[in-house]
Design a protein around this ligand. Structure first.
Ligand code: FAD
Ligand code: SF4
Length: 338
């Protein structure tokens, strides 16, 4: 691990000032020389692996007093970026009104990691592609732009089948992001001179020709909170992985339904473990609206969700698996007693 400077500002203004000190508008946020430190469960791992090499860390945990709040006022939900995964997963009102949020957090990582890890750090976690995380591999367009992609001709069993490009097929690994994108969440962001709110769907960038640029955050900016309008009691997160605990998704689905008199009025589907970014399956959702739920409809929706999927040498199984995950998650949501 390389030496780095450490600071611990006590207010948001000082934190963004400290983060902006060496910020260059042209460099990807993940490569910035100064990084925010929340739970550290991703950042410190990547520093130890020499994948990330910041020269300074700005510890934002003193902002927790304000930024770890969970607020359900007025029928909407606001989650502070420094709220811990375990606290939000265990929150009784979230379990009741937003089960997809509680489930996605509860099924992630381990209890110890969930106790440390923040929501903001969770959505910004980086891919688990082995070639990205092992610097002995030269060819990684995400870590080393223009160097090629070792995964394309290498072992790509856990890689993405949706949203890939000729430059990168790395999977977005998080779970919580699928709940956020399904529920049309927004992200509140503060920078040195202004604050802004963006749709969560605009936070992550598909790899395209520049896989090293993973988000639309600007250097020096911090996520302060996430907001969700309305309540979604009929919602669920279903995750399939190689082992039942402490493992990333091979395939997962976040589902939210609004049903009136047996007819689906609104439907949301997001896919995890199979795409390069948090993935909303909008066309598949459209097939549910105005319909009554049954087996045939679930299969049709699942087919549509993976219509554009393209497998690589070792991961084509994710297409068949993903369809089953979507159908199973839809059944789970449709059967919920509200
Ligand atoms: C063994 C293991 C298994 C795991 N399994 C899963 C899993 O199954 N599902 C899953 O979803 N996750 C999983 N994770 C990932 C884990 O959930 C993340 O490491 C964690 O959520 C990151 O949060 P953090 O607060 O520790 O982030 P940090 O490591 O502190 O930060 C991560 C990144 O986000 C930036 N950052 C942090 N907060 C902010 C902010 N407010 N604004 C702007 N930038 C910010 C940091 O600068 C850094 O670049 C696993 C991790 C490990 C180590
Ligand atoms: S899939 Fe992406 S992250 Fe993995 S080696 Fe290829 S370019 Fe790098």
């Amino acid at each position: 691990m390389r030496p780095f400077a450490y600071s611990r500002p006590t207010d948001a203004n000082s934190a963004v000032q400290a983060l902006s000190a060496a910020a260059s508008a042209n460099s990807p946020v993940a490569d910035a020389a100064i990084q925010a430190l929340a739970g550290g469960t991703t950042l410190l791992d990547l520093m130890k692996l020499d994948v990330m090499r910041p020269s300074a860390l700005v510890d934002i945990n003193p902002l927790s007093d304000v930024w770890s709040a969970v607020n359900l006022d007025g029928g909407n939900l606001k989650l502070g970026a420094l709220a811990r995964m375990s606290d939000v997963a265990a929150h009784a009102d979230i379990q009741k009104n937003y089960p997809v949020v509680a489930d996605a957090l509860k099924l992630a990582a381990s209890p110890q990691i969930r106790n440390m890890a923040s929501l903001g750090g969770n959505v910004l976690q980086r891919t688990r592609c082995t070639y990205f995380r092992d610097v002995s591999y030269e060819n990684c367009n995400k870590r080393n732009p223009g160097s090629g992609c070792a995964a394309m001709d290498g072992f790509n069993r856990t890689h993405a089948v949706l949203g890939t490009s000729g430059q990168c097929i790395a999977t977005y690994p998080g779970d919580f992001a699928q709940a956020l994108i399904a529920l049309n969440a927004t992200v509140e962001i503060i920078g040195k001179s202004s604050a802004r709110t963006v749709s969560f769907a605009e936070l992550h960038r598909a790899p395209g020709n520049s896989p090293q640029i993973e988000t639309t955050l600007m250097p020096g900016e911090l996520i302060s909170s996430f907001s969700i309008q309305g309540r979604w009691p009929r919602s669920t997160y279903f995750k399939v992985r190689d082992r039942q605990s402490y493992e990333f998704a091979l395939s997962s689905a976040a589902i939210a339904l609004e049903v009136q008199d047996g007819t689906i009025r609104d439907a949301r589907i997001a896919l995890g473990g199979v795409a390069t970014v948090p993935w909303r399956a909008r066309k598949a959702e459209g097939l549910l609206k105005g319909e009554k739920f049954d087996d045939a409809l679930a299969s049709q929706v699942a087919e549509a969700a993976f219509e554009d999927a393209v497998g690589s040498k070792h991961n084509a199984f994710k297409i068949a698996l993903g369809k089953r995950v979507v159908a199973r998650a839809l059944h789970q949501a449709a059967a919920m007693e509200i």
